[in-house]
Design a protein around this ligand. Structure first.
Ligand SMILES: [Zn+2]
Length: 248
């Protein structure tokens, strides 16, 4: 039995139809006839909303058993359905953030990583001066103590050399492992960490000390490299996968 439905037009409501059952159902499922649209067929006393006349034609919204899947953009942090997110390796990025993220990638910067402020050449130089003064004081104190003790110049000479050789690497490695920074860096709010943000192990901290010597040996060029690197990595930082960052 044919159906009719009311449709708003610029000139007011108008009745549409007749439509057979299949066409009528198709209009309902396509959303052209809404739950509130008035419909009629022969036998009905008056026009009724589709929801009352033919509730069977209204699509019942699917209710999932489990919470719907949701993902978060690694850049802006907004929730998105997983199919909207674009995968860049391990990172999920929303379409709005994709251009910015892709630009970062071409520049070699992963913008989804927490922003770190990398310490530049001069502040690191300042930290080194502070450390140099502190170590100098300790070295001279030890030399003074040794020379006061011993009359045997060979023994005191050897002890002096050992003190000179061991104090600095021990101090730097121990401070870097325990505090992520030497006293000079701590004083200036700097930290030495791996590029992934983790603390250096003893092996890496000692290795970094000797790599630093290498940076010094090649006429400080290894240090000056830091001034031109986007993460301010000196040669020894590159060799050891470390960065010097501001504490916060
Ligand atoms: Zn986003």
């Amino acid at each position: 039995m044919p159906w009719y439905y009311a449709e708003g037009t610029p000139l007011g409501p108008a009745s549409r139809g007749p439509l057979d059952d299949a066409d009528f159902a198709a209009l309902a499922s396509s959303g052209q006839i809404l739950a509130t649209t008035l419909v009629w067929q022969r036998g009905m006393a008056e026009w009724q909303p589709l929801a009352i006349a033919r509730p069977d034609l209204l699509a019942t919204p699917a209710v999932p058993d489990a919470p719907p899947a949701i993902g978060f953009c690694a850049l802006c942090g907004l929730p998105r359905s997983p199919e909207d997110l674009l995968q860049f390796g391990q990172r999920s990025i929303c379409p709005a953030c994709k251009p910015r993220f892709a630009t970062g990638l071409t520049l070699g910067v992963d913008l989804s990583q927490p922003r770190q402020r990398y310490a530049g050449f001069w502040i690191r130089f300042g930290a080194r001066v502070i450390d140099g003064i502190l170590i100098g004081i300790v070295q001279y104190s030890i030399v003074f103590a040794i020379s006061g003790l011993g009359r045997d110049t060979a023994v005191s000479g050897l002890a002096t050399i050992l003190a000179y050789l061991l104090i600095q690497p021990t101090y730097e490695a121990a401070m870097t492992v325990k505090q992520q920074a030497t006293l000079g860096k701590l004083a200036l709010g700097l930290r030495v960490v791996r590029t992934d943000g983790s603390t250096l192990t003893w092996g890496r901290a000692i290795g970094r000390y000797f790599a630093q010597l290498l940076s010094s040996v090649i006429l400080l060029i290894g240090y000056i490299m830091a001034a031109f690197d986007d993460r301010k990595q000196a040669l020894h930082d590159r060799l050891c996968d470390t960065v010097v960052i501001y504490e916060n």
